[in-house]
Structures are given as C-alpha cells and as structure tokens.
Design a protein around this ligand. Sequence first.
Ligand SMILES: [Zn+2]
Length: 269
Amino acid sequence: MRKIKKQIVIHAFTPIAKPINASIQKNSSMLLLGKLPYTNSSKTFNTKFYYIKGIRGMLRHACMELAQDCNIEVCHSSEKTALKDGKSVLPKGFHALGTCDPPCILRTIFGTFREKSSIVVAADPIVSIKHKEYTTEVPVQNVHIASENRIALAYDGIPIQDFRESYFSGFFSFHIDVTNLTDGEIKFLIEAMLYVEILGAGRASGYGCVKILNIALQKVETIRRIGEDSEGNYKIIEETTETPLTLSNIEGWRTSLNLMSGQGEKVVV
Ligand SMILES: [Zn+2]
C-alpha cells in the first residue's frame, strides 16, 4: 500500500493554556483520553494522556480574521442571522453559515454543519512525563500538565468561592492534512497563521497565548507492507517519508483564488 498526502506541520509554544473540555461543578478539566504506559530503564510506568481541544476552532478563527482584513465576506460560525426579537447576530463582513453561492473560502476549507470539511486538523495527545528518557508505543507530546486552584471571590481575605482548572504548558505541534486543498487555499491557510493567538479559555486572565514557532508544508509518503516477525506472525511494516514542499508568493492566493469578493467588493447576499 502506498499513500501520498500533503500536510502543514506547525510547531508552537504556550506558557499556559486551558483548552477546557467541560466544567463540572467547580472543576474544569481537559479532555482525558486514557492511560498510557511508557518505559524508562526497562521499567513500565503509567501516565494519563489528554487531547488538546480547540485547535481547529483556533485556526477557523484565524482564517476569519484574515478574510476580514482582506474585505472578503465569509461564513459566520452560526446559521442564525437574527435572534427571536429580530436583533441581528451577524457581524459585518459575514454571511450565515452555508448560505454562500458559490461557497466562500472558509466554507471550502472548513465545511458547514452539513458539509464535510476539506481539511483534517489533528495533534498527538499530550502527556506529562517526569522522566528525562522514556519510550512510548504511540507518538505523544511531553508537556507540563497540572491543575490550578483559583479563588474567584474573597471577602475580608477569606475565600468564599474557589474552583479548579487544568492547564498545560510547553512546546507542542499540530498538523493539518491539506491534500484536498488547492495551492491557493493552502497559501490562505498558511497566511492565516499570522492571526493565531489564543487557544482555549481564560483570555481575560492572560491564559492561552500561543506563539507559532515554525510552519512546514510537507509531502508525506506512507508505504505499508505485510512482513513476518520471528515467530511467523504477520506484521505490518510501515515506512513514512516526509519531503519539504515550498509555495512561493504566499500572498498570491488573493489573485489565484476565484474569490467572490473580486477586488474587495462584496457580492454575496
Ligand atoms: Zn460562506
């Protein structure tokens, strides 16, 4: 089996981010995936691993901002245009999700509630492993993960309302499968990285700042074949080769894409 795909790999750093899954009573926690065994000096340990929620939303938001800066009308996050009392909920520069014809660039890339997305955004799970050297069977990202006890309200120096939130801190990466995108759409997505700033909750308190460190566009070739292990069992042998790809003139997407906006003129109702 031989498969070829195109992906963007982004390396980033956050001093503290709270990509919160849900708030249960006084606790807000990250999405816990399960237990992961790892080995250090031939001993086996168990650690918990988590999923970084919100990366796709962070990217979508960045793309919306880039489109706004270029006066290109794109889909809003909701299909609603107004509240019951008639008050509009559509900010300037947006149309209701999925109402564009032809589809705007945001819809082409991210889809709608009913239409499939053209990209897949994913990240290896994060873990907090204290050992300096370790091996795991599946790829993981080692960061610092902990909980913070916070006091929301104090009276006369005595806390009267407190809560716990989990966070992670460190270097992390994520990747976007862009095999189904045109070069112009890939350039748009790459330029949108300039707008990536916040991941997760707590922006008002200074949490969630994300710094993009580098962006790589790659061709990924995967070859899988059936081999045999020493006991005669079939075994899948996989080889992956990543080759760097470069696209010149990133800002060129403005002219290479058939944008509905023309030269900043909005034609979508
Ligand atoms: Zn649209």
